[in-house]
Design a protein around this ligand. Structure first.
Ligand code: KIV
Length: 292
C-alpha cells in the first residue's frame, strides 16, 4: 500500500502495480504543510479522493476519515464514510483507533455497506492523548492493549488493520492472531512480519527536501529516491535559463509565421502606426530564416 493525494501521484502508484492506494490524512502534513494530521477537513479529503480516483484504476482505493469526521457517533462515521465513497470515488475507508467508540463506529460503517480498514499503534490523530508521535506497544501491557484493539477491529468487520510504529514482535503477534480470520496487517514502522507494508508517497520518494520537513521525516522510512533534490535542481536550472535567455531556444519555439503572414502582419502594424512592433516581427522572421 502507498498513499497518494492527487491525479499524478495516483497514476504513478497505479502504474507501479501497487495493490492498495490510501488517500491518507497525511495529506495535511505532506501536501498542506501542517505539523500534524489534525487540521485536514472532510471536504479537503474529498477533493484529494476525487483527484486520485480519476488517476488510479487498478488499486483498491482507501479514503482516510479525517479527525473530526467520525468520532462523535456511529451515525457521523457512517455519513462521512458514505461521502468518501459517493463523492470521493473511494472503494473503502480507514479510521484510527480500536477503543470502544471506534469499534462501534467501524461496525456501523461496515453495517452500512462500506468496507473499513482499521489502524492501531501510533494513531497520528490521537497525538493529543498519546503525548506526541510516539511508538506504541513498547511495554507488555501496552502491547496487549494494541493486540486487543486489533482483534476488536477484526470482530467489528474490518477487512485489514494498519499497525503503525509498534515493535516488530508485536506486529508479528498481531499478524499471527489475525491470520485465521484472513484479515491482513499492513505495517508502517512495524518491521517485516506483517502481511503488507505502507509508506507515505512523499517520504518514500524523498520529495520533501526543505529544512522543516527534514525534521519530521520518520526514522523508519526508506527513501527510494531523492525526488526533492531533482525538483529543486530542475527549478533552479529553469530560473537560470530564463534569466540568461537560453530558454526557450529554437527547439522549444514551435509556432512561427511564414513569410507571407509576416509581411501582412508587418503591413497591418505599420498601418496602425506600430513601426517598432512591425520591425520586431520582421526581425524574428529574418533570424529564423538565417537559422534554417
Ligand atoms: O494518513 C496516512 O498516510 C496513514 C498511513 C501512514 C497509514 O494513515
Amino acid at each position: 500500500m502507498v498513499t497518494a493525494y492527487d491525479y499524478p501521484s495516483a497514476t504513478h502508484v497505479d502504474a507501479a502495480g501497487v495493490d492498495v492506494l490510501l488517500v491518507g490524512d497525511s495529506a495535511a502534513m505532506v501536501v498542506h504543510g501542517h505539523d500534524t494530521t489534525l487540521p485536514v477537513t472532510l471536504d479537503e479529503m474529498l477533493l484529494h479522493c476525487r483527484s486520485v480516483a480519476r488517476g488510479a484504476r487498478a488499486p483498491l482505493l482507501v479514503g482516510d476519515l479525517p479527525f473530526g469526521s467520525y468520532e462523535a457517533s456511529p451515525r457521523q462515521a457512517v455519513e462521512s464514510a458514505v461521502r468518501l465513497l459517493k463523492e470521493g470515488g473511494m472503494d473503502s475507508v480507514k479510521l484510527e483507533g480500536g477503543g470502544g467508540a471506534r469499534v462501534a463506529a467501524a461496525k456501523a460503517v461496515v453495517g452500512a455497506g462500506v468496507a473499513v480498514m482499521g489502524h492501531v499503534g501510533l494513531m497520528p490523530q490521537a497525538i493529543s492523548v498519546l503525548g506526541g508521535f510516539r511508538p506504541q506497544g513498547t511495554s507488555a501491557s501496552s502491547a496487549v492493549r494494541v493486540l486487543r484493539e486489533a482483534l476488536a477491529l477484526r470482530d467489528a468487520g474490518c477487512f485489514a488493520v494498519v499497525l503503525e510504529c509498534v515493535p516488530a514482535a508485536l506486529a508479528a503477534a498481531i499478524t499471527e492472531a489475525l491470520r485465521p480470520s484472513g484479515v491482513p496487517t499492513i505495517g508502517i514502522g512495524a518491521g517485516p512480519h506483517t502481511s503488507g507494508q505502507v509508506l507515505v508517497y512523499h517520504d518514500l520518494l524523498g520529495m520533501m527536501a526543505h529544512p522543516h520537513y527534514r525534521q519530521v521525516t520518520p526514522k523508519f522510512c526508506k527513501k527510494f529516491a531523492q525526488i526533492g533534490e531533482q525538483v529543486q535542481n530542475a527549478l533552479s536550472d529553469y530560473c537560470d535559463e530564463v534569466r540568461s535567455g537560453s530558454f526557450p531556444s529554437a527547439l522549444h519555439t514551435p509556432y512561427q509565421l511564414d513569410e507571407r503572414a509576416t509581411e501582412e502582419l508587418s503591413k497591418a502594424l505599420r498601418a496602425e502606426g506600430e513601426v517598432g512592433a512591425a520591425e520586431a516581427a520582421e526581425r524574428v522572421f529574418e533570424e529564423k530564416k538565417k537559422r534554417t
